[in-house]
Write a protein that binds this ligand. Structure first.
Ligand code: SF4
Length: 879
């Protein structure tokens, strides 16, 4: 086949699902010259681009490292199996998005370990990147492989593959680590010396150096106000899990839910000041043109100044139609104005997280919210106009009894009744996974069979056409539990499952239970023993990791759970000495409406009633991606999106609607941008226009969107010298002539506005004016004279034919279309080795250029993709 020996990395993108995952070139992506940098870092995320790009921690490190002279930081994400197969087949190494540099050529490759079921993807990325999988097989000259993220609080299962683990928060230690690496590199130190030097850094665990007796204390940023968030964050070109600017308002949580690892390991609570947040939000939105801003924390409703910050941001961004996402916002914290704003916008599903079915069990887990809270909240939510409420529960919690399962069913029906017959309820059930560094770390996890029995129970108890049940796959939970509390021997399991073909195990449609089972059998791993209760004195694989909260405190909390006794929130009731704070440097910091100030451990404010948190429709991937302090048990993060509306401002009216300027834009879509889908192209153009200082006029209705229309949908993979789009934005005194340059600065590589013309109000639409297109294709160099003669013959035959029916598949339907009348000219330029095609546009559409090349000219179907197909002209009726 022609493509076999000459395909490039870029060519592969024609053959994969979602090529925009691999484009790079996002707004604010950093390009540096490798030759001028002393240290090169590849930030690797072992999941898809959509998940990884939504992760704030990676964005923080990307900006922090690139802000330093002499350091270059680039990114790589796990390739989907279609690309993996192509990379292997063509022996092309996995490389970074920014420069296409293979991972093996970096000094340091840093993985973000957010979720146990992404472990096999780490091995995929190492192997495809040309790096030995096992750390003991790496030599001088191989990159140093480090990892950070919540999974590192038990580094044992991945310690065969990772050279050094970062325990805790990365802001400070990433800089220290880079400094040590540069110093050792300058000294010409070998691998052994480098690892020894890194092991000296607080918060770094180096399996090859540290003995099990040495404690590694997690790193904590004392005051978040001293660390700005990325104010020029990467704005993705494709739809990601969280396609929005992220404003981390606080880190840490003091509620003390006993199942929640994030709530324990990211203590103490540290809030950013509202004034600083406002400035950062302004900069982020200006730098990205994004349409949504997320106020992120483990419990947004607990942010001290939420009542100040929300209206402030609402007033600020309403006119720009910037929506707000509020993770884990407790409903009773909503002001009347905010509820009114929510009432006006789209109402999808609203998630409430009681976690357990009875008050007794909620006390056991220290959730503390009451049934009355939940029912009052659901009534309020339905009354505000939501049609559906999603209830999130865990099954298999310590101390669970049959009455607790009955309680879940009862609660679901009670919540449904608060909807006054119009509502719908979705019950989402996940299996409790005991996590390290929590009070439940010694508890057993139920097995898949027990999970299935419970699922059957709910199927019979929740038979109602307005109640839906969803659950996590029991075998995935079992594996998550195995790795969460597993030891070093599990490295063999990860590797064996990887070699068996396991990839993207956190994706239920990719999870290969039979391969994992085979590997477990082969290695003789006793899963039941791993998931069983552990005694107080049992050695735990993570004993050498000091996450702040003390083991005795955790044990005592476990005992209180048995007694069904609550532990209050330390920000309200005072410090109970969990161990996270030294009260000198590390202590809770709460926000004030004035300059930053330390509130001390026993922070002010009277006891506040604990209530159910509200969330909307997050899946596990979304929860994984949410925060550097990502929740485990997939339950502590949530969001609902509202379009901001300030007090008294109707959300559906459009300010300035009568002052519109209608323009026609001609723009290019070349280079890597040719792989953008139509929606991605539209989003990139919209953001570029917003960042270039224009304010769109919006359509009316519940879902207002910018007034923008395209001649035709832009095709994925087809380059274009001229696409057309009509826009309506607010008229300004600026000269239109200077605008393209202002906007082009903010468009991705390969996209550029080349013409901008103001239209008369009565001008016909783009579609009504369209007559046809011209395409050119480059002929492959290996087509010899005889092949070119044959092509000329086929061109002549095609042009002479009265009809030329081809079969086309449209949305799983096969249709036959006569393409001959749609082709107005077909010319081969032998000297320039180009094919030129002119086609007619009709109300039924047009012929695609690759259809001409494959069907009329008989070229190999794989060939058009690599022939540099380009739309070179668009013809209008009046031209
Ligand atoms: S040490 Fe005290 S103030 Fe700090 S997180 Fe623990 S309980 Fe709260």
């Amino acid at each position: 086949m022609i493509m076999d020996d000459r395909i490039s990395r870029d060519d592969l993108l024609h053959f994969v699902f979602k090529p925009s995952r691999y484009l790079g070139g996002e707004v604010n992506a950093v390009r540096k010259d490798h030759r001028t940098c002393r240290l090169s870092v590849a930030l690797a995320f072992p999941d898809t681009y959509e998940v990884g790009m939504s992760h704030l921690g990676l964005q923080i490190l990307y900006e922090l490292l690139n802000n330093r002279d002499g350091i270059i930081a680039e990114r790589a994400y796990a390739p989907w199996p279609d690309l993996e197969e192509l990379l292997r087949r063509h022996a092309i190494p996995l490389a970074t998005l920014e420069s296409g540099t293979p991972l093996r050529d970096f000094d340091l490759v840093g993985f973000s370990l957010q979720y146990e079921l992404s472990f096999t993807n780490v091995l995929t990325m190492l192997e495809l990147g040309g790096i030995p999988r096992r750390r003991t097989d790496r030599r001088d000259g191989d990159p140093l492989v480090i990892a950070g993220g919540p999974c590192c609080f038990n580094p044992a299962p991945m310690s065969a593959f990772i050279d050094a683990f970062v325990i805790g928060e990365g802001e400070e230690v990433s800089g220290e680590l880079a400094t040590v690496m540069m110093r050792e590199k300058d000294r010409g130190s070998g691998r052994e010396k480098l690892l020894a030097a890194l092991a000296e850094l607080p918060g770094i665990y180096v399996p090859a150096v540290h003995t099990r007796g040495e404690k590694i204390r997690k790193r904590v940023v004392a005051d978040l106000n001293a660390w700005t968030l990325p104010v020029r964050p990467l704005a993705p070109l494709m739809k990601t899990i969280h396609d929005r600017a992220v404003l981390e308002i606080a880190r840490g949580c003091t509620r003390g839910c006993r199942f929640c690892q994030a709530g324990m390991v990211w203590r103490p609570v540290r809030e950013r000041q509202p004034g600083i947040l406002r400035e950062m939000a302004d900069q982020m939105l200006a730098a990205t043109g994004q349409e949504e801003l997320s106020l992120l924390s483990l419990s947004s409703g607990d942010y001290t100044c939420i009542e100040t910050l929300l209206p402030l941001l609402m007033d600020r961004y309403y006119a720009r139609r910037i929506a707000l996402a509020l993770p884990s916002l407790r409903v009773e914290t909503l002001s009347r104005n905010l509820i009114e704003a929510i009432r006006r916008v789209r109402k999808t599903s609203f998630t409430l997280a009681p976690e357990a079915g009875t008050q007794r069990l909620r006390n056991v887990i220290n959730k503390g919210n009451t049934e009355a809270d939940l029912l009052a909240t659901s009534a309020q939510v339905f009354a505000a106009g939501w049609r559906g409420v999603k209830l999130y529960f865990m099954i298999g919690l310590p101390g669970e009894e049959e009455a607790d399962l009955e309680g879940i069913a009862t609660l679901a029906h009670q919540v449904l009744r608060t909807g006054r017959k119009r509502g719908e309820v979705t019950v989402s059930l996940s299996t409790f996974v005991p996590k390290p560094h929590t009070p439940f770390q010694w508890q057993r996890q139920i097995g898949p069979e027990e999970t299935t029995l419970r699922q059957e129970f709910f199927k019979s108890r929740l038979r109602h056409r307005q109640i839906q049940i969803k659950w996590h796959e029991a075998r995935m939970s079992r594996l998550e539990g195995l790795f969460s509390r597993g030891d070093e021997t599990l490295g063999d399991l990860v590797e064996l499952a990887y070699r068996g073909g396991c990839r993207f195990d956190g994706w239920s449609d990719r999870f290969r239970s039979e391969i994992w089972d085979d590997a477990i059998r082969t290695l003789g791993i006793d899963v039941a023993a791993n998931l069983a209760d552990r005694s107080r004195n049992a050695a735990l694989p993570w004993d050498h990791i000091d996450a702040g909260v003390e083991r005795d405190f955790l044990w005592a909390e476990g005992q209180k759970a048995r007694e069904e006794e609550l532990t209050p929130d330390c920000r309200r009731e005072g410090c109970y000495r969990c161990g996270a704070c030294d009260h000198i440097e590390i202590r809770p910091l709460l926000a004030e409406d004035g300059p930053p100030e330390d509130h001390g451990a026993a922070a002010t404010g009277g006891p506040e009633e604990m209530t159910t948190e509200s969330r909307v429709d997050l899946d596990v991937a979304e929860a994984r991606a949410a925060s550097p302090a990502t929740a485990n048990n997939a339950s502590e993060t949530g969001a609902f999106g509202i379009h901001l509306a300030g007090p008294g401002q109707p959300a559906r009216e459009d300010p300035g609607q009568g002052n519109g300027q209608r323009l026609r834009l001609r723009f290019t879509k070349q280079g890597r941008s040719r792989h953008l889908s139509h929606l991605e192209t539209a989003a990139a153009l919209t953001r570029g226009i917003v960042r270039g200082g224009r304010r769109f006029l919006f359509t009316a209705g519940f879902h207002p969107h910018p007034r923008m229309s395209f001649a035709v949908a832009t095709a994925v993979g087809l380059a274009s010298e001229g696409e057309y789009c009509d826009v309506v934005w607010e008229r300004t005194p600026d000269e239109t002539a200077s605008l393209p340059g202002e906007i082009n600065r903010f468009l991705p590589e390969g996209m550029m506005i080349t013409e901008l013309v103001e239209l008369a109000p009565d001008s016909p639409s783009l579609t009504a004016s369209l007559r046809g297109f011209q395409y050119t294709a480059t002929l492959p160099p290996r087509l010899n004279a005889a092949a070119l003669d044959a092509l000329e013959g086929r061109i002549a035959a095609f042009l002479a034919a009265a009809a030329f029916p081809v079969t086309r598949t449209v949305k799983d339907r096969t249709i036959i279309r006569d393409i001959r009348p749609l082709v107005t000219d077909l010319i081969m330029d032998r000297t320039g080795r180009r094919m030129l095609m002119e086609v007619r546009f009709t109300n039924e559409g047009a012929v695609r250029p690759e259809e001409i090349l494959i069907h009329a000219l008989g070229l190999d179907p794989s060939l058009p993709a690599v022939m540099n197909l380009t739309k070179t002209a668009t013809f209008f009726i009046d031209k």
